[in-house]
Design a protein around this ligand. Structure first.
Ligand SMILES: NC(=O)C1=CN([C@@H]2O[C@H](COP(=O)(O)OP(=O)(O)OC[C@H]3O[C@@H](n4cnc5c(N)ncnc54)[C@H](O)[C@@H]3O)[C@@H](O)[C@H]2O)C=CC1
Ligand SMILES: O=C(O)C(=O)Cc1ccc(O)cc1
Length: 379
């Protein structure tokens, strides 16, 4: 069915189209300027993400918007989206190579998801990258003999065994690093297998991030940090934030951040599946927050079952955290069964107090996300 219109409406729409076209020309001009910034940063070896410049620029534009009767959040949303585009485009220029005399980087598991991303980032930074995947072991000796760094990014379940069995004869000054989602056992295995520099990383993002700007990479120091300091600088040039952690502290945080979260997401999906819920109907009746939640759950099932099984099963200790969750669920269900609304409200208030200032902060943050979710609706 055609949407209704009038001549006056059409006239005004024509004027709006004209303004939008001017906006497109301005966007082109801005993207060209940003590309020049990218080239200058590349030459100077500066990180693509400059938090202070970003904050100062946003504050100025918000102020100017206010003076012009424009909602400050509007210009902030537009500029943040433009900056994201800039981070993606800055990748096309490549990145400064911090370590020029490294030799090659051998990525073990380099044909996989995360290996592919790191291969791309290292290649864009001028390193000679060699991929060693499961069918390439006959070339291992020749690849390792020229390696300045070996980066392990194979499925979690085989990581430690592979390190012990296949990576104990690397050149003494070669850096041995990994990207595994858990850290204690892989870092220990690397320290046992190799006497040279060792470092563990956990990129806190999936392979589908367009840019590393503002992403977090956890680093667990192993041995001889001065030998791989350049790599931390390289990762910072890609725009990521390095967070240092002891492997044990990392793994204990991951029990809640990963094992527990992925497990409850898995059960949520399992439950929808067993209940034979109709996703189209759910979406039709969904509030933005429910749509976001469904997207988060559905996203899990678009990824590798092996990866998530490994993350959950590799951390046997998380059974306790998951068990506690189940107990709390059961107790809360008892409140419901006996109709104890007052106790529910009391517990709600206890948890709200525990969240403290984070609760309103999360409400503000999620409000902006939910508006984006709503913007994406097409009917
Ligand atoms: N995918 C993700 O979102 C993230 C993954 N990670 C970590 O990255 C690592 C790899 O994960 P993905 O890239 O997702 O897995 P993937 O399955 O996409 O890649 C693994 C690669 O290892 C190869 N491989 C298997 N056995 C091998 C062997 N014996 N020798 C050499 N290569 C072998 C596979 O052929 C594949 O190319 C895991 O430790 C995971 O915990 C960390 C953060 C995020
Ligand atoms: O993209 C997602 O949904 C993820 O959760 C990605 C992810 C997977 C495994 C990790 O160790 C870290 C990040």
């Amino acid at each position: 069915m055609n949407e209704k219109t009038t001549a006056e409406l059409e006239h005004l729409r024509g004027l709006i189209d004209g303004v939008d076209q001017q906006l497109l020309h301005l966007l082109r001009k801005r993207l060209d300027l940003v590309a020049q910034v990218g080239t200058v940063k590349h030459g100077a070896g500066l990180p693509i993400y400059a938090p202070q410049r970003e904050a100062a620029m946003l504050a100025k534009r918000r102020e100017e918007a206010k003076n012009m009767g424009i909602a400050p959040q509007l210009i902030e949303d537009i500029l943040r989206r433009l900056m994201r585009e800039s981070y993606l485009n800055e990748k096309d220029v490549g990145f400064k190579q911090v370590k020029k005399d490294l030799g090659s980087v051998v990525i073990v598991g380099g044909k996989g998801q995360l290996g592919g991303l790191f291969s791309q980032m290292l290649t864009l930074s001028g390193y000679q990258v060699e991929l060693l995947d499961k069918d390439d072991w006959q070339q291992a000796d020749s690849l390792f003999s020229n390696a300045g760094m070996v980066l392990v990014t194979v499925p979690i379940a085989i990581t430690c065994e592979l390190i012990r069995e296949k990576l104990s004869q690397l050149p003494a000054d070669c850096i041995l690093a990994d990207l595994t989602s858990i850290k204690t056992e892989p870092v220990n295995a690397m320290l046992e297998a190799h006497s040279g520099p060792v470092v563990g990383f956990h990129p806190m993002f999936g392979p589908d991030v367009g840019s590393l700007a503002k992403q977090v990479v956890v680093v667990c120091h192993g041995r001889e940090p001065d030998k791989y300091q350049w790599l931390l600088e390289q990762i910072a040039i890609w725009g990521a934030r390095i967070v240092e952690a002891e492997p044990e502290r990392h793994d204990s945080a991951m029990q809640l951040v990963q094992a527990m979260r992925h497990f409850s997401t898995f059960v949520y999906g399992l439950n929808l599946c067993k209940e034979e819920a109709d996703i189209d109907t759910l979406l039709q009746f969904s509030s933005p927050i429910y749509r976001l939640e469904l997207a988060m759950v559905g996203r899990l099932f678009a990824q590798s079952p092996e990866l998530y099984a490994d993350i959950i099963f590799a951390q046997q200790d998380s059974q306790h955290a998951i068990g506690d969750y189940l107990d709390n669920y059961r107790e809360a269900l008892e409140l419901l069964k006996r109709g104890d609304r007052d106790e529910f409200i009391k517990q709600f208030q206890t948890v709200a107090k525990w969240f403290g200032d984070f609760a309103p902060q999360f409400q503000r943050e999620s409000r902006i996300m939910l508006q984006s979710v709503n913007d994406m609706k097409t009917n």
